[in-house]
Design a protein around this ligand. Structure first.
Ligand SMILES: [Zn+2]
Ligand SMILES: [Zn+2]
Length: 565
């Protein structure tokens, strides 16, 4: 009997983002990715969402490291947060590690990290983990599919991938290598990207976008071009730069991550832009309109990005004017549509022509569509299959796709965040769950708990009403020394608000006087009486449920009068 191998999902199953899974062999743990998720617009004030690290925290002494499959934030963005809690060895391609180092350095936890750079088709051992790395094409260069050779056979993780047959760097998804793996070793368990399982057909090649961008540039002779894309999409940046140079333009980059990533990729030889073709963003107003191309961040409509600032007219570097052409070389990630719409609107108001993916072929997805997934399944021929990286509907469609190709339905397992499975001689079965809450991060205060989020929701919806109750309690004498005072924010305003506040004062006064008369003396008693009276009044008169905060002055904290023994 070979030792069982456990696999647990900390994130990425049921959402696009915060990808993180734990493989356990011989009592040791290796993570596959450690990414973050950007919150949707109704999570007020939350900057990002992390995987739940509870299980890793409890087993920190067993964690060996993380395989970073590629350099996207939803795969490497939470590494710096986990490094604050435990040292880690991070394994990935040099570019993935370079991108991860930028983030880790920013949070000052480089001392906790060690790195192992691996090249295409390397096979390495780290502790009990025997891992092999296969090149895949995606929207950031040098991504990997990872094969874990375990006592229970091969577990293959696809990473994020597409089957681009004409990639910009000619580095193809290694279908031949994966075929060998499937034939020679057999794939016991396959974990595969589900993002585009609902999309029919094949994805467009990245190089086909380059031609279309060049055509757009040619047709806008004599005009300034500002083009936004993901800063990690080095191949897109390359094609934009090529189009710019071919049409006689010099290039300026704008936005911190764009500047960082272009610098890193040029240094690593992954991006070829001659020095002479690059301009500092400070000098762009000196460049004739028809000779300028600015490559910017902000293609997802992020409110503080370089492009959003241009749209709202407060960019330090560039003011949009009549005749400018702005290209969004991207597709909005679900949840970002509103932000993108706002940015487009702002740019058009300022006189720009805006070209986006609904108007022209300026973007190709980085994720395999249904036909590509079928090719992958036909090559990998797994014994067991778990769809990963997707919302539930994407994973469910991916599961259907696999069964339609002949995999028995009981060999496909749809899992969710927090699920754990065990691979044994008898096959794959579910085992104990692990914690997998959403961990919300805001500012530098760390994780926000559910109460804070709930309070923010209440404040955002119906506002805030407070009442100040000034008491004097001296010996046996207790009295209200002034009228209670009702203060509100974001509730009801104007004369109507004044009237309501006056009436609310009376309701609270009555309740407090009743409490005094019945011998109540502790602050908690008066807070309760005031909150109840005010809450009832507000609900009755306005049908709103603002946050109600009583502030009682002059009474001592203490046990309730009723419960004093
Ligand atoms: Zn991803
Ligand atoms: Zn990705």
């Amino acid at each position: 009997m070979a030792a069982p191998v456990r696999l647990s999902f900390l994130g990425g199953l049921g959402e696009i983002g915060r990808n993180c899974a734990a493989v356990e062999v011989d009592g040791r743990i290796m993570l596959i990715d450690c990414g973050l998720m950007f919150p949707d617009s109704d999570t007020a004030g939350v900057d990002l969402v992390l995987p739940d690290f509870t299980y890793l925290r409890e087993n920190a002494h067993r964690v060996d490291g993380v395989v970073a499959t590629h350099g996207h934030e939803d795969h490497i963005g939470a590494l710096s947060y986990l490094l604050e809690e435990m040292p880690l060895t991070i394994i990935g391609s040099p570019l993935t590690i370079g991108l991860a180092k930028n983030r880790i350095g920013e949070r000052g936890v480089m001392g906790q990290a060690s790195f192992i750079e691996v090249s295409d088709n390397d096979r390495i051992d780290v502790g009990p983990f025997d891992m092999e790395f296969f090149p895949v094409t995606h929207s950031v260069p040098h991504g990997f599919a990872t094969a874990f050779h375990t006592p229970q056979g091969v577990i293959l993780h696809s990473g994020d991938f597409k089957l681009d047959m004409t990639p910009v760097d000619s580095r193809l998804t290694d279908l031949a290598g994966l075929g060998h793996l499937a034939k020679d070793d057999g794939v016991r368990l396959f974990l595969c990207d589900s993002t585009n399982a609902e999309e029919a057909g094949f994805s467009a090649s990245e190089t086909s976008i380059g031609q279309s961008i060049q055509d757009l540039f040619r047709a806008r002779d004599g005009r300034r071009i500002i083009i936004a894309c993901f800063a990690s999409h080095i191949h897109r940046v390359q094609q934009i730069a090529d189009a710019a140079i071919a049409t006689g333009r010099t290039i300026a980059t704008l936005g911190r991550s764009m500047n960082n990533n272009v610098g890193l990729a040029r240094q690593m030889g992954l991006l070829r832009i001659p020095d002479a073709k690059l301009r500092d963003i400070e000098d762009v107003e000196d460049v004739p309109d028809g000779e300028l191309c600015v490559i910017s961040t902000g293609s997802q409509g992020e409110p503080l990005s370089a492009l959003a600032r241009m749209a709202s007219g407060d960019s330090k570097w560039l003011s949009i004017r009549e005749g400018d052409c702005v290209i969004l070389s991207s597709h909005p990630i679900p949840g970002n549509e509103m932000g993108v719409t706002r940015v487009i609107d702002g740019l058009v108001r300022r006189g720009a022509e805006v070209v986006h993916s609904a108007i022209a072929r300026v973007h190709a997805t980085g994720h395999a569509k249904a036909e590509e997934l079928r090719v992958m399944h036909s090559i990998v021929q797994p014994e067991w299959f778990i769809p990963v990286h997707g919302e539930y509907r994407h994973m469910a469609e991916h599961a259907r796709l696999a069964t339609r190709m002949g995999l028995a339905a009981d060999r496909v397992m749809i899992c969710s965040d927090g699920d754990s499975v065990l691979l044994t001689d008898d096959g794959l079965k579910r085992t104990d769950d692990i914690p997998a809450e959403y961990i919300h991060i805001a500012g530098s205060v760390g994780a926000l708990d559910e109460n804070v989020l709930l309070e923010r929701r209440i404040l955002g919806q119906d506002g805030f009403v407070s009442v100040i109750v000034p008491l004097s309690i001296v010996g046996p004498t207790a009295e209200l020394i002034r009228e209670p005072e009702v203060i509100s924010r974001g509730w009801v305003d104007g004369p109507e608000g004044d009237e309501l506040r006056k009436e609310a004062t009376l309701a609270v006064r009555e309740a407090v006087e009743d409490a005094l008369a019945s011998g109540k003396r502790s602050r908690l008693d008066f807070e309760r009486a005031a909150r109840r009276a005010l809450g009832r009044f507000i609900n009755k008169r306005t049908r709103l449920r603002p946050m109600v905060v009583p502030v009682v002055l002059g009474a001592h904290e203490g046990p309730d009068e009723d419960s004093r023994s």
